[in-house]
Design a protein around this ligand. Structure first.
Ligand SMILES: [Zn+2]
Length: 365
């Protein structure tokens, strides 16, 4: 069946079944069964608590250790808070750390998108914690410095204040009262060009976007489609996209993900998102089944080297670990300014990263 027909059909069915609201709720990325969902702080001694408490990266060479969703980062570098074509957001979270390959990619993308794609600059969200590792809130992955979130909001033509970087609301690309549909009043061709620019770099292996955005790209992208398959439909990701780099060459401690299947991805793997299945509530447990108690990830659950990463000495300062932005330019002065917590300010809900993961989820992601 053609995707368009299928999606209309699915939308009708979902509405009838009263599941449309559930689909929206899941769409904003509540992580079902995640311990963090029920907690207000990470359990003492858990990997989230320990990695979240470290303010600076390790000294020494860079290593992305383990897998995107189970690992850590040695020798992380920070994206400067400001560059000519980017601004880092939500600075209080201290998650602008990454493998230098990722930091360089973000700088390059921001430059190229501004120069060629009519996208004035990037608002960069979470990359990783200073030493990677699991995060208390917001993400299952982003643990090895090779994942980064970029807003689908263009950078404003002025330097945002620290408060604005905390408070600026996310803008969804989806139409409010329709099932999985991109809002034509918000979405522009520059959004499409930005995504395809990001997908064009060989070191970028995947880009996660909302299924509605993937469908929009499938239906409307008339340029070279050879990198379109890198855009992977995923829960949430309607106000930001998520860039994932492949393991850098020679990074033996980095565990690679299976490559994306050949083709543009405008196929069954996309059509599935427009069926009922991804939005169905999880099956009820059997009456006599023992309730499964969620357990927090401990450092011992991560690759062995991550305990050493956690214990290793820190670099002397954020400045020392900030990636190569020209410090001779005046903007660099603000770029390196210490981040002062904003008093009385409640940070926004975190960017949703992954929703419930159905058993039959396509493995291609
Ligand atoms: Zn992400």
């Amino acid at each position: 069946m053609e995707l368009r027909t299928l999606s209309t059909l699915a939308a009708k069915t979902l509405k009838r079944a009263g599941m449309w609201a559930a689909a929206l709720a899941i769409g904003v990325g509540v992580v079902a069964g995640d311990v963090a969902a029920q907690q207000t702080a990470p359990s003492p001694g858990s990997a989230k608590a320990l990695f979240g408490a470290v303010a600076l990266p390790t000294t020494g060479s860079t290593q992305s250790v383990g897998y995107y969703a189970k690992g850590c980062l040695a020798g992380g570098e920070a994206l400067p808070t400001d560059g000519p074509t980017w601004q880092a957001m939500r600075l209080s979270r201290n998650r602008r750390w990454g493998n230098p390959e990722m930091i360089a990619l973000l700088e390059r993308l921001s430059h190229d998108a501004a120069q060629y794609d009519g996208w004035p600059g990037l608002l960069v969200g979470d990359i990783s914690q200073p030493r990677g590792g699991p995060m208390f809130n917001g993400h299952a992955s982003h643990q090895v410095g090779l994942d980064a979130d970029v807003w689908l909001t263009p950078m404003p033509p002025r330097t945002l204040t620290a408060e604005e970087r905390e408070a600026l609301p996310f803008t969804t690309m989806l139409q409010k009262n329709k099932f999985l549909t991109v809002d034509p009043n918000v979405w522009t061709t520059a959004h499409a060009r930005l995504l395809m620019r990001a997908a064009s770099y060989p070191q970028v292996e995947r880009i996660f976007v909302n299924p509605a955005i993937k469908k929009k790209m499938c239906d409307s992208w008339t340029g070279d489609r050879s990198n379109l398959g890198k855009l992977r439909p995923e829960y949430g990701h309607d106000s930001h996209f998520h860039i994932r780099l492949r393991c850098p060459p020679g990074a033996i401690t980095c565990k690679p993900q299976a490559p994306v299947a050949a083709g543009d991805g405008c196929d069954k793997s996309l059509a599935w998102w427009f069926t009922k299945e991804p939005w169905a509530p999880p099956p009820k447990p059997k009456p006599n089944a023992k309730p499964v108690k969620p357990r927090e990830t401990m450092v011992s659950d991560l690759p062995k080297a991550c305990a050493a990463v956690l214990a290793a000495p820190s670099v002397a300062s954020v400045r020392e670990a900030t990636f190569g932005y020209d410090t001779a330019t005046p903007a660099a002065a603000t770029a390196m300014a210490p981040v002062v917590p904003v008093s009385g300010f409640q940070p926004q809900a975190t960017l949703p990263d992954a929703g419930p993961i159905p058993a039959l989820r396509p493995s291609s992601n």
